[in-house]
Design a protein around this ligand. Structure first.
Ligand SMILES: [Zn+2]
Length: 306
């Protein structure tokens, strides 16, 4: 089969990754730029386009050899209109016509989905969900998001925002989330949430990674706090398993790097609380593509049928 190429662009609140990915999923070249939120987003898009063109030149590839450009970006967004709508960490990009801005630089087909949805497609293509026709990919880092793959298809929703599970309400007594509800999943169980709760308990700033280290060393309060966070992650997983009946749940993102303690706690919770017996045995597995999931996911939007 002839090898084709796609440009993948993964836009994040702090950095943007750009790469050329072939139809086997090999990253032929990649680079990244800091996402400068102090400048006009059109200027930032020009920088991204220049970087992509530079990669093409370095690989001696012509734009005509590129099947298209896949873009993953934080939501809320609108894939119907091509707008970035309201990502909380990117205020300068609110109501920004990303697709039109990119089209000024390229004549290629462009596909655009939210970053968690694109990362789910990457796990289907090359990662932990290759064998699954029904799975949920959950990313837990500064926030919580998901990509839903069901009946062999990616569930994007009408505007590309399906899978915004970070705002499932888990514990309404836990406090105010930015979205206007109380005790959302990412408000109680994201890396940001774990760090916030621990910093309050310890009276100093601490990262979620340090919290996990202290818990593993036997620090009683940090142990209790992480166990509670893992339980909340389990609660969200049970809701998703009961709703979508997946073959597996794939968890990625910075918080998942803690590994075994999280996966065994969530697996135990699912085993005892999912409603149907087959749901109780749903495997909860780590993502396989952590480092480049965003980039590969963006390129997968071009290489994969979804
Ligand atoms: Zn919320």
């Amino acid at each position: 089969m002839e090898v084709t190429y796609a440009i993948g662009i993964d836009i994040g609140g702090t950095k943007t990754a750009i790469g050329i990915v072939d139809s086997h999923g090999t990253i032929c070249a990649k680079t990244s730029l800091p996402t400068d939120l102090t400048i006009d987003p059109h200027v930032m898009v020009s920088r991204i386009a220049d970087a992509a063109k530079q990669l093409l030149a370095e690989q001696s590839l012509d734009e005509r050899q590129i099947a298209g450009i896949g873009v993953g970006a934080p939501g809320p967004l609108n894939t119907k209109t091509g707008y970035i709508v309201k990502p909380p960490n990117m205020k300068a990009w609110h109501d920004f016509p990303l697709l039109n801005s990119l089209k000024r630089h390229f004549k290629l087909p462009i596909k655009f989905e939210n970053d968690a949805t694109a990362a789910a497609l990457a796990e289907k293509w090359l990662g932990a969900a290759r064998d699954a026709e029904h799975f949920i990919f959950i990313t837990i880092s500064t926030g919580i998001g998901a990509g839903i793959f069901s009946h062999g298809r990616l569930i994007t929703g009408s505007t590309g925002n399906a899978g915004d599970v970070g705002h499932l309400v888990i514990d309404p007594s836990a406090g105010d989330c930015v979205c206007g509800q109380q005790g959302c999943w990412e408000f109680v169980a994201s890396g940001t949430a774990i760090a916030r709760q621990a910093s309050r308990l310890l009276g100093r700033d601490i990262t979620s990674k340090e919290v996990f280290e202290l818990a593993q060393e036997g620090h009683a309060d940090m142990k209790k706090l992480t166990e509670q966070a893992f339980r909340y992650i389990g609660i969200g997983c049970v809701t998703l398993i009961n709703t979508f009946d997946p073959e597996k749940v794939v968890i990625g993102g910075g918080v998942s790097q803690v590994g075994e303690p999280l996966f065994s706690a969530v697996q135990d919770y699912v085993r005892s609380c999912a409603l149907n017996p087959s749901g109780q045995s749903t495997p909860i597995v780590p993502a396989a593509l952590n480092q480049d999931a965003g980039l590969i996911g963006a390129a997968a939007l071009i290489h994969m049928t979804y």
